[in-house]
Ligand binder design. Structure first.
Ligand SMILES: Nc1ncnc2c1ncn2[C@@H]1O[C@H](COP(=O)(O)OP(=O)(O)O)[C@@H](O)[C@H]1O
Ligand SMILES: [Mg+2]
Length: 611
C-alpha cells in the first residue's frame, strides 16, 4: 500500500515544498500524453514553437519598415528595393500565425480526446487488478475517486503545457531582444513582475489544499445526490418522505463548500490585485525609459516601436508564462493521486513462476489452520479453520448470518489471502498457482451477484468472456440454470436488454436474475462450483428446485453450496456447520441428526416454523 494521504498544511514552507515536489509529476504526465498520441504531440509542439517565434519576428519586420519610412520622410533617403517585400513578409507572418493557431486548436482537440481515452482505459485496467480489500477501504476509495476525476480533469494541463512551450519561446525571444538593447530594461521589468507571480502561485496552492480537504464532503454530496435520484432509493424516499430532508442536507453541505471557496477567492482578489498593480508600474517605468532615450536620439522611431512592443509582449508573457507554469504545478499536485493510484500494487498476485491450476483436480482443497481477519480489523472472522473439499465432493456450508461463510468463499477464490495458515489445492498452497488460471477453474455466484445492465446473452456470456458470442453454449448454460425459458419469453429473447438503465431494457424479478447469474456459473466450465446463498430471493420451493438442479449438474464435480435452508443442504454429500469461525460439526444429514448437536437443534427450529 502507499502511504496514507496526509492532510496538507496550507501555509508556510511546507506548502512551497509540496508545490515544487509536485513538479516531479510532470515527466510522467508528459510520458502519458506522449503515449496517448505521439504524432499529435509532435505536430502540436512544432506548431507551438513556430507560433512562439512569430511575435518577435513581426516586431522586427515592423521596426525595419518604420525606420525605412522615417529615413524616407525625414532624411530623404530612398526606400530600399526590398521594402515592399518586407510588407509582404509582415503579412505572411500574420497569416502563418493564424494558420498555426488553427493547427494548435486542432491538435488540442484530438489530443484531449486521445488522452481521455488513454487515461480512462489505464485507470480501468489498473483498478481491475487491485485487491478487493482496497475497495472496502474508504481511504482508497477517495483516492480512486480523485484519480477518476483527475483522469478527465487534467485535459487543461496538457493544453497548458503547449501554451507554456509557446509562451516560453515568445518570452525568451522578446526578452533576448530587450536585453540586446538594454539589460536594465529587462531587469526592471522582471523585478516588478515577480511579486505578482509568487502571490499567484501561493493562492493556487491554497486552492489545492482546500480542494483536498473537501474531498470527503464531496463524496457525501455525490452520495446524497445519488440517493435523491436513484431507482433503488425512490420507493423508500417516497414512503418515508425523505426528499426534503436529503435536499436540505445537500444544501447545507454544498453551502459550506461554497462559503469556503468564496472566502479563499476573496482573499486572493485582495492580495493579488495589489501585486498586479506593481507589475504594471514596472512595465510603464521601462516604457518611459525607452521614450526618454528616443527623445535623446539614442533610439530610432522603429526601435521605439519595436521596444514598446517587445516590452509589452515580454511583460504579459512573463506573467502568463509564470501563471501557466504555476497552473501546471498546481495541476501537477492533482496528479499525485492519479500517479499514486497507478503505483498501488495488488497484494493478492500471481508469483512470477506461478503454477498452472491443476486440471483435473486430483485431491481437492484443504483448509489447514486457516485464520482470517479483514485487513484493517483485528477480529478473527475465521479461527484455526480445518476442513477438506475432496475431489468430486459436494459439501454444504451452513451457519447463521455473519459466521464467515462468504468469507470462506472469498478465500478459496483468492479475493483475499488467509491471515494465518494455508489453503491447499492438491497439496500445494493456493498462492503458488496462477491467479487467472485458478479463477477459471472456479465458478462462483455470490449472494450479492451482479445484475449487468446488458443483454440477456451478455449477462450469461460474462461468465466466460471469451465465449460471449457462442450462443449455443450460452443457451445450454441457460437451460441448466432454468433461465432459458424465461429468456425466451422476453420480447427480444437472448438479445433483450436487461435492467432499466438503457432504453428498451426489461427488469427481472430477483429470482429471474438469479437464474441468469446461475447460468453464468454453468457457462464457466469450471471444476469447482460455488453457490453462496444465491437463492436468497427465491421462495423455499424455487430454491429447492435450483439446488436440486445444482446437485444433479454437479454430480461428480466439486461443489460448495451455502444456504440457510436445511431442505436444500440435505442434498450435499457432507455438511459443515460453521460457528464462531470454526467448523463445529461435520457429517451427512443423518449423522448430524443422530449426533443431536447444533445442527439438529437448528434443523428442529426451522422445521418447527414450517409446521
Ligand atoms: N469487507 C469486510 N470488512 C470487514 N469485515 C467484514 C467484511 N466482510 C464481512 N465482514 C465481517 O465478517 C464476518 C463474516 O461475514 P460473512 O463471511 O459475510 O458471513 P456470512 O456469509 O456467514 O453471513 C461478519 O461479521 C462480517 O461483518
Ligand atoms: Mg454470506
Amino acid at each position: 500500500m502507499t502511504e496514507k494521504a496526509q492532510p496538507m498544511k496550507p501555509h508556510g514552507l511546507a506548502a512551497w515544498n509540496e508545490r515544487l515536489r509536485a513538479l516531479k509529476n510532470i515527466p510522467p504526465l508528459l510520458h502519458m500524453v506522449w503515449e496517448a498520441g505521439p504524432s499529435v504531440v509532435f505536430w502540436g509542439a512544432a506548431a507551438r514553437i513556430a507560433s512562439g517565434i512569430i511575435p518577435v519576428a513581426s516586431l522586427d519586420v515592423m521596426r525595419v519598415i518604420i525606420d525605412d519610412i522615417e529615413n524616407l520622410l525625414n532624411r530623404k533617403q530612398a526606400l530600399p528595393h526590398t521594402f515592399w517585400w518586407l510588407v509582404v513578409l509582415a503579412f505572411a507572418l500574420a497569416a502563418i500565425g493564424t494558420l498555426f493557431s488553427r493547427v494548435i486548436d486542432y491538435s488540442n482537440t484530438v489530443l484531449a480526446d486521445r488522452y481521455m481515452r488513454y487515461i480512462s482505459v489505464r485507470v480501468m485496467e489498473h483498478a481491475s487488478q487491485l485487491d478487493l480489500a482496497l475497495y472496502e477501504d474508504p481511504e482508497f476509495y477517495d483516492k480512486l475517486e480523485r484519480a477518476r476525476v483527475q483522469a478527465t480533469d487534467r485535459l487543461a494541463t496538457i493544453q497548458m503545457m503547449g501554451q507554456l512551450l509557446e509562451q516560453f519561446i515568445t518570452t525568451v525571444t522578446l526578452a533576448g531582444s530587450i536585453l540586446f538593447y538594454s539589460p536594465w530594461l529587462l531587469l526592471i521589468l522582471i523585478v516588478c513582475v515577480i511579486p505578482a507571480l509568487l502571490g499567484e502561485s501561493h493562492y493556487a496552492f491554497l486552492n489545492y489544499s482546500l480542494n483536498f480537504r473537501q474531498a470527503t464532503t464531496r463524496r457525501q454530496l455525490d452520495y446524497l445526490r445519488l440517493l435523491g435520484a436513484s431507482k433503488e432509493s425512490a420507493k423508500e424516499l417516497k414512503l418515508f418522505g425523505l426528499g426534503g430532508f436529503l435536499s436540505a442536507q445537500y444544501k447545507k453541505l454544498s453551502d459550506e463548500l461554497h462559503a469556503q471557496n468564496v472566502s479563499l477567492a476573496r482573499r486572493k482578489l485582495l492580495a493579488t490585485s495589489f501585486l498586479t498593480l506593481l507589475g504594471t508600474a514596472g512595465y510603464y517605468a521601462t516604457y518611459a525609459i525607452v521614450i526618454y532615450r528616443t527623445i535623446l536620439g539614442q533610439y530610432s522611431i522603429g526601435t521605439l516601436t519595436f521596444l514598446a512592443g517587445a516590452i509589452a509582449g515580454a511583460s504579459t508573457n512573463i506573467q502568463t508564462l509564470f501563471n501557466t507554469f504555476s497552473g501546471i504545478a498546481d495541476q501537477a499536485l492533482f496528479l499525485n493521486d492519479l500517479l499514486e493510484f497507478f503505483k498501488v500494487q495488488p497484494r493478492v498476485q500471481s508469483r512470477p513462476d506461478a503454477l498452472p491450476a491443476p486440471r483435473p483436480i486430483r485431491q481437492g482443497f484443504e483448509f489447514r489452520n486457516v485464520s482470517f481477519a479483514y485487513p484493517g480489523t483485528s477480529r478473527l472472522v475465521l479461527e484455526d479453520l480445518n476442513f477438506r473439499l475432496e475431489r468430486g465432493e459436494r459439501i454444504a456450508l451452513i451457519g447463521e448470518n455473519g459466521q464467515g461463510k462468504t468469507t470462506i468463499v472469498k478465500l478459496i477464490t483468492r479475493l483475499y489471502d488467509p491471515t494465518d495458515g494455508q489453503i491447499l489445492l492438491d497439496g500445494i498452497d493456493l498462492r503458488e498457482y496462477d491467479l487467472e488460471d485458478l479463477s477459471r477453474e472456479i465458478g462462483v455466484i455470490f449472494q450479492d451477484f451482479m445484475r449487468y445492465e446488458m443483454t440477456a446473452s451478455e449477462n450469461i456470456g460474462v461468465g466466460r468472456i471469451e465465449e460471449r458470442d457462442d450462443l449455443l453454449k450460452i443457451a445450454e448454460a441457460a437451460r441448466k440454470s432454468g433461465a432459458h425459458q424465461l429468456i425466451q419469453e422476453l420480447p427480444d429473447g437472448y438479445r433483450q436488454m436487461l435492467g432499466r438503465r438503457f432504453e428498451g431494457g426489461v427488469d427481472l424479478s430477483g429470482g429471474q436474475w438469479q437464474k441468469i447469474a446461475l447460468a453464468r456459473a454453468y457457462l464457466r466450465d469450471a471444476q469447482v462450483l460455488i453457490l453462496d446463498e444465491p437463492t436468497a430471493s427465491l421462495d423455499a420451493r424455487a430454491e429447492h428446485d435450483v439446488f436440486e438442479r445444482f446437485a444433479e449438474l454437479t454430480r461428480g464435480k466439486m461443489a460448495l453450496l451455502i444456504s440457510h435452508r436445511f431442505s436444500t443442504v440435505r442434498m450435499a454429500d457432507r455438511i459443515l456447520v460453521l460457528e464462531n469461525g470454526k467448523i463445529i460439526e461435520e457429517g451427512s444429514h443423518h449423522e448430524l441428526m443422530l449426533l443431536g448437536g447444533r445442527y439438529s437443534q437448528m434443523f428442529e427450529l426451522q422445521a418447527s416454523s414450517y409446521r
